[in-house]
Design a binder for this molecule. Structure first.
Ligand code: URA
Length: 255
């Protein structure tokens, strides 16, 4: 017997956390009965449906996509916009893939896709320490002091104080009075990078995620996907457990 949300994750519905949301919304039935109770347990003999479709435990699949801008990170969109699933090659459409975390509609870059909810949970759950590296083009020229502020933690509009991170200056465009900075985070709050640069007075113009743990955009054109290797999967899961902040090293400022 196992918890319903764990079973759903193994069937490739979504991560355990998102599966819990679906359960509380009444979208899941066990043997024809809607279950909204969180600790509910099922066995392999139970018939579990999600939005009316029966679930089956699936072979696990792992991919990385170079997500283009103006593509939504969910599998469907009520506004009819293109989604990461709609741009997948035909032969991958059958796997019930979903993204590991999300990128904003106008953010491009590294996005992992899987049908393994446990894997997704380990990488983006609250205990994950995986590093995510972003290049953000911002309005104005960011000073060394502002980079330091970002690295030490800034207070966002909602009062949240960001954790220590690594920052560096990537390029400066004096003519257009803008610059690109690198930010390496171990957390991932909603719109975090955009909100962080706004907090230091430099609104974001363009955002790209260039790395998720050990996975970069190397060899991937925009919109392309490739399968992760077993070694990459192992390294990702291992990296998620390793708190880079605990490394006895000063906060690094590159400029
Ligand atoms: N931070 C943001 O602001 N947006 C993203 O898409 C990812 C991180």
């Amino acid at each position: 017997m196992e918890r319903l949300q764990k079973y759903m994750a193994r069937c490739g519905v979504a991560s355990r956390r998102r599966s819990e949301e679906y359960i509380s919304l009444g979208r899941v039935k066990v043997n024809g009965v809607v279950i909204t109770q969180m600790g509910y347990k099922v066995s392999n003999d139970d018939v579990v449906t999600f939005d009316g479709k029966q679930l089956f435990i699936q072979e696990n699949k792992y991919y990385v996509m170079n997500k283009p801008r103006f593509i939504i990170s969910t599998s469907d969109d009520e506004k009819g916009r293109k989604t990461i699933i709609s741009i997948l090659p035909e032969e991958l459409q059958k796997y019930r893939l979903f993204s590991v975390g999300r990128l904003d509609y106008d953010t491009k870059g590294v996005l992992l896709l899987t049908n393994d909810g446990e894997f997704a949970n380990n990488l983006v759950g609250p205990d994950s320490h995986i590093e995510k590296e972003y290049i953000v083009r911002v309005k104005g020229i960011v000073t060394k002091e502002e980079l330091r502020k970002l690295a030490l933690g800034v207070t966002l509009k909602d009062g949240y104080v960001t954790r220590k991170c690594k920052t560096y200056l990537s390029s400066i465009d004096y003519e257009n009075q803008s610059c690109s900075i690198g930010i390496i985070l171990q957390e991932g709050k909603y719109h975090q990078v955009k909100n962080m640069v706004s907090a230091i007075g430099h609104p974001a113009k363009r955002l790209t995620r260039i790395r998720f743990g050990c996975i970069t955009l190397d060899g991937l054109a925009e919109g392309e996907v490739r399968q992760l290797t077993p070694h990459e999967i192992k390294v990702l899961l291992n990296d998620a457990k390793f708190d880079h902040e605990q490394v006895p090293k000063k906060v690094r400022i590159y400029s």
